[in-house]
Design a protein around this ligand. Structure first.
Ligand SMILES: Nc1ncnc2c1ncn2[C@@H]1O[C@H](COP(=O)(O)OP(=O)(O)OP(=O)(O)O)[C@@H](O)[C@H]1O
Ligand SMILES: [Mg+2]
Length: 236
């Protein structure tokens, strides 16, 4: 899918301070935007608004087509029951973590709920199920389990899918997070500091993945090297 992100006149004041105002931009397929700024500048707040998790003070965020999936990948892992509403699993195993980060888990929940509604013959149930199924398929749900083993092996993770995320080291958890990213099939990507805790080989893998995407990407990173020497896009 060729997805666009359309942002107009966005303002945010999460505390008493306005952190940005009248922000307008459009992202098209192939756009890769690096978002840099001081701690507290508002990068994560912007991504959360774009992902629909926070209401802006004013302005509008649209995705086109409306069915486009947005992959908002917050800095992870959060090991504890978090203060963020979207964080539902306090200590997932790797399989559940991959399902959540790729969007396949939530899509599966909706698909089963839609299937139940089909049984009740509720109005609109057939359309709801069709949309849920298409979303799950487009996110790569059909073969996520098969692909997971290779993606984990590629980043050097050899423990089982039932291993708790909390039992991994920070670097190992970051590699699982990278594996989740490479497994994902979103139409738009909002990545919040995906470079944290990655070693050089993993950083290179992340770079290769990000530049190979045709989907629009916004990526927050304090890693200046990442922006100064990006590899050439493989599809240009
Ligand atoms: N829910 C909230 N209530 C009050 N203030 C908030 C809230 N969320 C964020 N802020 C404030 O908004 C500002 C921007 O925070 P944000 O987390 O977006 O910054 P950031 O650029 O991502 O920083 P960092 O580089 O440290 O990750 C900060 O001053 C923060 O204290
Ligand atoms: Mg942040």
């Amino acid at each position: 899918m060729s997805a666009h992100l359309l942002v107009s006149d966005l303002s945010a004041s999460p505390g008493s301070r306005t952190i940005f105002s009248d922000l307008s931009f459009n992202l098209a397929p192939g756009d890769l935007v690096g978002l840099v700024g001081a701690n507290g500048a508002g990068k994560s707040t912007l991504l959360r608004i774009l992902a629909g998790l926070l209401e802006p003070e004013s302005g509008r965020v649209q995705v086109s087509p409306a069915s486009a999936t947005i992959g908002y990948l917050p800095q992870e892992p959060r090991r504890s029951p978090a203060n963020h509403g979207h964080e539902q699993l306090a200590d997932p195993d790797i399989e559940a973590y991959l399902a959540r980060r790729t969007g396949v888990g939530p899509a599966e929940v909706e698909m089963y709920a839609a299937a139940d509604a089909l049984g009740d013959a509720s109005p609109g149930a057939a359309d709801r199920y069709e949309i849920a199924l298409q979303t799950w398929l487009s996110l790569g749900g059909a073969d996520l389990a098969e692909r997971s083993h290779d993606a984990l092996a590629a980043v050097g993770i050899t423990v089982g899918l039932d291993t708790k995320m909390s039992s991994l080291s920070g670097g190992q958890a970051a590699r699982v997070s990278l594996a989740a990213l490479t497994l994902s099939r979103y139409d738009i990507y909002l990545l919040d500091e995906p470079t944290n805790d990655l070693d050089l080989a993993s950083l290179e893998r992340l770079e290769q993945f990000v530049i190979s995407l045709r989907a629009p990407v916004i990526m927050v990173s304090h890693d200046r090297e990442f922006w100064l020497a990006p590899p050439t896009p493989s599809w240009s």
